[in-house]
Design a binder for this molecule. Sequence first.
Ligand code: ATP
Length: 221
Amino acid sequence: MKKIGLFGGTFNPIHRGHLRVAKQVKQGFGLDQVILIPAALPPHKMPGGVVAAENRLQMILLAIEDTAGLGVSDVELKRTGLSYTIDTVQHFKNTLAGNAQIFLIMGLDAVLEIDSWKSYDKLLEKIAFIIVNRPLGGHSDNTGWKRLEKYLISRISPDYTFHAFQSCYRRPGCQPIHVCQIDALDVSSTRIREMIKKDRPIDRLVPPKVAQYIISKGLYS
Ligand code: ATP
């Protein structure tokens, strides 16, 4: 059975930190493919600085075109209204019809807000999560994982227990939440947008073709 990772985000713009996540999770979990899924309108973010969906999609295509095993889906862009992960997961469950094992990939910062997501409990029942570390305001990774444990137990359910052998949290009736330690890069789309505004080079933070695209379209300036 195929193993597929779903990796959603605003990708405004996609950066090397995202690509690092996709590649290392793919390798670490032996996934056949990681599908990047840009959100139509980010429910958790101010829509102010978000560039058009077609620009964000195009930048993802440019960023992944030379990497085997990475793909992109416009399923959220085609849906009207806000994008909700629960709908996206249901879409992939329907289209893959039980022929693939699917995982939802996200950074530590994102999962620490999961209780604000629509139908988050259903999401935890339906799909296994893979959480990657992300530098959080200068805290060490270990602090991040401790925060995750505290959050899961206090905000989601006291039934979560850690299974060290599989490196995951389990709770009866729910899919596992795997933790995946990667060589995370301290980069965010916010920082990239700020650097562009200040006319500073972003070549080290995004793939060259993405940098060229941003410049040619005059995005974020
Ligand atoms: P912004 O700065 O605009 O909030 P972002 O850099 O956080 O954007 P998103 O597109 O919102 O990027 O993130 C999509 C997903 O990728 C989230 O699950 C987020 O946690 C994860 N992610 C983004 N950057 C990194 C990184 N450098 N390391 C690990 N995970 C990351």
